[in-house]
Ligand binder design. Structure first.
Ligand code: IMP
Length: 446
């Protein structure tokens, strides 16, 4: 038995869903611990495409209990749409459990998120406009609405009578928007509450019992380390804690529940939305990294925005390994690099103001705005006969691709246990057992 956290190492979109899909086959429980409908991913399984925003993709495995944990924020319309789409595709959703403590994204959160972004002008964050920031802000300021209240009509009405007049002042006076009608919102949302009520549970108590019964629990993070509210590239971050520590708070378990932390990183870097991106690439290599015209194309599942692309950033990755206490790494999308004429990895930063070189990320405000990446050239492998995408085992990888994986292990000092070379389930190479195999050894280079 092992309880595992799967965490994104970069700015989200690392391909966590595929790794969760792989590891969830041995999981009895999956707990999504933070974020809301800002997340999005597609899983290709059995010739079908499934889109997910809030529900763990492990719902495709019959027998796995899938929880949307206390640390998440839930837009009732989005989760109901997702539930109905899955049912229409023949998926049994009776194993879905939503935490009674999760907070609810209401229509005023969506309106405020959009209005705030517009008001920020050139300083916008580039949010997904799914109401995430305002929902978490209400939670922190203790004016949020929790699932247990949402599914109780009396509690819902009582809350809306206080909250909507307050929000109307903001909507009207600050943003010049139409106020919301309490009755109309109540009548619409009470229906959603009725549909969601059978799925609402004290998920933290259930996880406690599951752990006692020595069941395997997988904690699934959304977004990525650099979007973490406390440890990411603030203020260009999301409003929750994707880092592994967030798994404890966002699921309601103690740190001693966690046996392993597995990071997921792309073989290069992408970012959606605004904010610094030291290794960003433009031009012909960017077209290849964006995987234009392929099933892998770098377009956001939730917003349809093109992702910004860049070289692998070992400085940020070392930081992610540290703040998550990562044991090992799953490297995804290695095949995208097959056609590159040039390939680089950022191993350090130079401060353009002082000339100082940094191998680790210092905690200085706005630091990333003033750095130039120090890039190490890697021999590309486009002239080799083999393609990464065709490899099903390590010996079939192009020599250059394998050298790249081994090089990353050396500069990051962490074992890479899984390499993904395409969207299909079979395009996954297990180098070492990610759960019981080697883990990062402190002070010992691999
Ligand atoms: P929010 O989470 O919608 O408030 O957006 C804050 C920042 O996080 C923006 O830069 C978004 O593009 C980014 N973001 C939020 N969710 C995801 C995700 O699932 N993948 C990648 N970026 C995301």
């Amino acid at each position: 038995m092992a309880n595992v956290v799967i965490v994104g190492s970069q700015w989200g979109d690392e391909g966590k869903a595929k790794i969760v899909d792989l590891l969830s086959r041995n999981a009895d429980y999956i707990v999504r611990y933070q974020g809301g409908s800002n997340a999005g991913h597609t899983v290709n399984a059995g010739g079908k495409k499934y889109k997910f925003h809030l529900i763990p993709s492990g719902i495709l495995n019959p027998g796995t209990i899938c929880m949307v944990g206390p640390g998440t924020v839930i837009d009732p319309k989005v989760i109901l749409r997702e539930m109905n789409e899955l049912k229409d595709q023949g998926v049994d959703i009776s194993n879905l459990q939503i935490s009674a403590a999760a907070h609810v994204t209401m229509p005023y959160h969506l309106l405020i998120d959009q209005a705030q972004e517009e008001a920020r002008g050139s300083k916008k964050i580039g949010t997904t406009c799914r109401g995430i920031g305002p929902t978490y802000a209400d939670k922190s300021s203790r004016s949020g609405l929790r699932m247990c209240e949402f599914v109780d009509p009396d509690a819902l009405l009582e809350k809306l009578k206080v909250l909507i007049p307050e929000k109307n002042i903001i909507l009207d006076r600050l943003y010049g928007l139409e106020p919301l009608d309490i009755d109309k919102v109540f009548r619409e949302y009470i229906e959603y509450g009725k549909q969601l009520a059978p799925f609402v549970f004290d998920t933290a108590a259930i996880v406690w019992e599951a752990n006692k019964a020595r069941q395997n629990i997988l904690f699934e993070g959304a977004q990525g380390t650099l979007l973490d509210l406390d440890h990411g590239t603030y203020p260009y971050v999301t409003s929750s804690n994707p880092v592994s520590g967030g798994a404890c708070v966002g699921s309601g378990v103690g740190p001693n529940f966690i046996d392993r932390v597995i990071g997921v990183a792309k073989a290069y870097t992408t970012r959606v939305g605004e904010g610094p991106f030291p290794t960003e690439v433009k031009g012909s290599s960017a077209k290849i990294l964006r995987a234009e015209g392929t099933a892998w194309e770098e377009i956001g599942t939730t917003t349809g925005r093109a992702r910004r692309v860049g070289w692998f950033d070992a400085v940020l990755m070392r930081y992610a390994i540290r703040v998550n206490g990562m044991d090992c790494l799953a490297l995804t999308k290695l095949d995208v690099l097959d056609d590159l004429e040039e390939l680089y990895v950022c191993t350090a930063y130079k401060d353009i103001r002082t000339g100082e070189v940094y191998k680790d990320l210092p905690a200085k405000s706005n630091f990333l705005k003033y750095v130039e990446p120090i890039l190490e050239r890697i021999e590309p492998w486009r002239d080799q006969v083999e393609n990464s995408a065709d490899a099903t085992e390590i010996s079939q990888l192009p020599e250059g691709a394998l050298n790249y994986v081994r090089y990353l292990e050396r500069v990051l000092e962490i074992p890479i246990t899984i390499v993904s070379v395409g969207p299909a389930r079979e395009q996954t190479i297990i180098l070492e057992d990610p759960i019981h195999g080697p883990r990062r050894v402190l002070e010992t280079a691999i």
